[in-house]
Design a protein around this ligand. Structure first.
Ligand SMILES: C[S@@+](CC[C@H](N)C(=O)[O-])C[C@H]1O[C@@H](n2cnc3c(N)ncnc32)[C@H](O)[C@@H]1O
Ligand code: SF4
Length: 471
């Protein structure tokens, strides 16, 4: 089995050489394989839930990380902020949210019985745009969480994500009083000229004001910034980061722009995008700047400055566990991952809820789980997924991997690690494989290399399925 998913050092070196200056189609991914391969339509959610209950009854299993999505976003010109690849629906008014919330509540109720007694890891209200909700809804959203998990320990991170221009003082107060303990704001660009390319009606003042309210109510606030944006230079990026640092922001998520799909940036601004090597320069400059201001790198794109008086002990769901992963996604287009080495082969799953809002609602009206499509993991898929996830958190624990899978991850992908070490992207010690140097920037390349062979196998399987052949 080892040989079937690994590649040798020469192949790995050649792959790296060919991709160093190429734009990766997919940026950092949290689980293997990409949803393009999730082709099973009859996802057995009841069996998946039974497995989870059994694992916990055995005294095993991870706390559940809960994700709750909302489909809606304010319409922009160009559409979808010019770059966004997430499924979203155009917001037409508060009634959309009232109706949707009712469906979310009914979906949540479907999970109640099977989650009894299972601990909660973290909660994320994302989307879409979760701060479109009016003040009264934050408490109701938290009631949904409390209904599933009556005892929420103080260490559980409960984050609500939104856009700067939709936060108000009343909403921040309501978010805090509801029991949420962190906000995350999609800023993308501080520079108003560059930001206007996205059609978002966001002004710098909205960001500053929200950070002040968050400080007033004792809520830690993360901001998302994107580098590799059309017309962006190292100098404009550095200026944005310096401004964000001057506002006293302790948590910065610094994504590289993912370009694709029928977005305005991919179709009409491709020629204005910095090259991959310019993005690498931006990554290096941002890393050096953030480090010089005392920020620590938590993941390939999360940076944190210690000392936030409101800081949270739990870290973005990066638990560095190698044997298990349990995320429950509720709502339109939400994703669920459920893997554990203690499960029998073929019982680990990823699945996505309907990305068509009418279908999502119709399934709930019919009393069914709104799962759309899923992927059943073989052991090697599960391994790659956990290697990816841990590398995103910058390091892989070799003894833990050995214990979980009975194989040294160094042997499993020896050719890949050795080639990456020669490029200065990883450091190998008896206990760890760590991303170093430009390694975090090249995480998408490294993920693609680790998955190259398995992806070929999955592609062949899909072709065979389409052709109706037996496997
Ligand atoms: C899915 S959005 C939802 C949050 C909110 N609606 C917003 O726009 O701020 C979450 C974050 O993903 C990031 N994001 C979305 N599309 C991206 C892309 N094509 N490339 C890189 N980051 C992206 C943005 O930084 C955004 O803040
Ligand atoms: S970037 Fe945010 S606001 Fe814009 S379309 Fe995507 S999810 Fe909606």
């Amino acid at each position: 089995m080892l040989n079937s998913i690994s590649v040798d050092r020469d192949f790995a070196r050649d792959f790296i050489e060919r991709h160093l200056d190429k734009r990766q189609v997919n940026k950092i991914q949290h689980a293997f394989p990409s949803p393009r391969f999730w082709s099973e339509t009859g996802v057995p959610v009841d069996d998946i839930l039974e497995d989870r209950r059994e694992l916990h009854a055995m005294g095993r299993g991870a706390p559940v990380n809960l994700y709750m999505g909302v489909p809606y976003c304010i319409q922009t010109n160009p559409g979808k902020c010019g770059y966004c690849l997430f499924p979203v629906e155009a917001f037409t008014g508060n009634v959309d949210l009232e109706v949707y919330f009712d469906y979310l509540k009914r979906e949540t109720a479907m999970y109640k019985e099977s989650l009894q007694g299972i601990p909660l890891g973290a909660v994320f209200f994302g989307g879409g745009t979760s701060n479109l909700y009016r003040e009264d809804k934050y408490f109701q959203l938290m009631d949904l969480v409390r209904d599933l998990f009556p005892d929420i320990p103080a260490y559980v991170d409960i984050t609500l994500e939104g856009i700067p221009q939709l936060f108000t003082r009343e909403k921040i107060k309501a978010i805090k009083e509801a029991g949420m303990n962190r906000i995350s704001m999609g800023v993308q660009q501080v520079n108003e000229t560059l930001n206007s390319l996205s059609g978002r009606k966001q002004k710098t003042q909205h960001v500053i004001q929200t950070i002040e309210w968050a400080h007033e109510f004792g809520l830690p606030a993360n901001i998302d910034l994107i580098f590799g944006w059309p017309q962006q230079t190292v100098a404009t990026m550095v200026k944005d980061l310096e401004t964000a640092i001057s506002w006293g922001v302790y948590d910065i998520t610094h994504y590289e722009l993912n370009v694709g799909g029928p977005t305005d940036f991919a179709l009409n601004r491709y020629h204005e995008l910095p090259s991959t090597l310019s993005n690498l320069e931006m990554y290096r400059a941002s890393r050096d700047l953030l480090k010089s201001h005392g920020y620590e790198q938590i993941t390939a794109y999360n940076w944190r400055k210690p000392g936030d008086p409101n800081s949270r002990p739990y870290e973005e769901g990066v638990t560095h566990r190698v044997d298990t992963m349990d995320t429950l996604g509720l709502g339109y287009a939400a994703i669920t991952f459920f893997y554990d080495t203690a499960l029998a082969e073929g019982r680990s799953w990823s699945f996505i809820n309907s990305r068509n809002l009418n279908e999502y609602k119709a399934k709930i009206d019919a009393g069914k789980f709104p799962a759309e499509r899923g992927f059943r993991h073989a052991r090697e898929d599960f391994m790659i997924s956990l290697i990816w996830r841990n590398l995103f958190g910058l390091e892989l624990d070799r003894p833990q991997f050995q214990q979980a899978f009975d194989v040294d991850v160094l042997d499993l992908f020896e050719g890949v690690w050795k080639a990456l070490e020669e490029y200065g992207f990883v450091e190998i010690t008896p206990d760890k494989i760590k991303l170093v140097g430009d390694g975090p920037f090249y995480t998408p390349l490294i993920q693609a290399l680790l998955a190259e062979k398995r992806y070929n196998q999955l592609r062949e399987r899909m072709v065979a399925e389409v052709q109706g052949m037996e496997f």
